[in-house]
Design a protein around this ligand. Structure first.
Ligand code: SF4
Length: 230
């Protein structure tokens, strides 16, 4: 049976927004299903995660993981990156989309961290988003996964956008609005884990074009299940 967005809209009801027990149940089931779920960018410290996350815009984590070993060998810390020429950085990351502007942003970001923050990667949303190439999404990834600061928000990527809509947890399209909706119903302690779990679920089961609802561990709680559509 086809996936019918119109039908989904009809099925989604207010109780799905309000029932936090159901939300927790779903997240716990996903945790059991994907026990090794974590951010798929390779990093060893906050500096490396910040750089890798900036590079990951409009490209896959896999592609980023291919270029970062050479990048971090040549520029092992924020100080060395601050002194780099954007052309040299661009040469190393040239396989990634928008590599020239990403290289410029990386060097600018590093210079500001050295000058304004004494070489320490900032730990607040406001300071992080003041850096070149860093939006809310990047800042959330860094705060949650490098510093374990969960109350900074929830990272909304394409999988989170699609699946939370299917689950009826949001009707919004803009990532900032979706994030606000999710922050209201997902307990803070799950904020960091939530995005990697949903990404794993989106890749394995709840695919964009044809979700594999018959194999889905949260099917019974999903208002968009194709198994129940008529
Ligand atoms: S039942 Fe599972 S796979 Fe199907 S739409 Fe819902 S979350 Fe996605």
């Amino acid at each position: 049976m086809g996936f019918n967005p119109k039908r989904i809209k009809e099925i989604i009801s207010i109780e799905y927004y309000m029932d936090q027990e159901k939300v927790i149940d779903i997240i716990e089931t996903l945790k059991r299903t994907y026990p090794d779920s974590k951010v798929s960018l390779d990093f060893r410290n906050p500096y490396e995660l910040l750089v890798a996350t900036i590079l990951s815009a409009q490209t896959t984590d896999k592609a980023v993981n291919k270029v970062t070993p050479e990048l971090f060998q040549k520029y092992p810390n924020i100080e060395s990156l601050a002194k780099a020429s954007p052309e040299d950085v661009a040469e190393i990351i040239r396989t990634l989309g928008f590599y020239r502007s990403k290289a410029k942003n990386l060097v600018k970001m590093a210079q500001r961290v050295v000058e304004k923050y004494n070489g320490q990667i900032p730990r607040t949303m406001e300071d992080l988003t003041s850096l070149a190439g860093v939006g809310r999404k990047t800042a959330n990834v860094v705060l949650g996964n490098a510093f374990g600061i969960p109350d900074s928000g929830i990272t909304v990527d394409t999988h989170v956008k699609r699946i939370t809509k299917r689950l009826g947890w949001t009707t919004n399209d803009k990532p900032e609005k979706i994030e606000q909706d999710l922050m209201k119903i997902i307990p803070v302690k799950y904020w960091v884990q939530f995005t990697p779990l949903i990404i794993d679920h989106g890749r394995a089961i709840c695919k964009a074009r044809k979700p594999l609802c018959e194999k889905c561990p949260i099917e019974k709680d999903c208002p968009s299940s194709t198994l129940r559509q008529i």
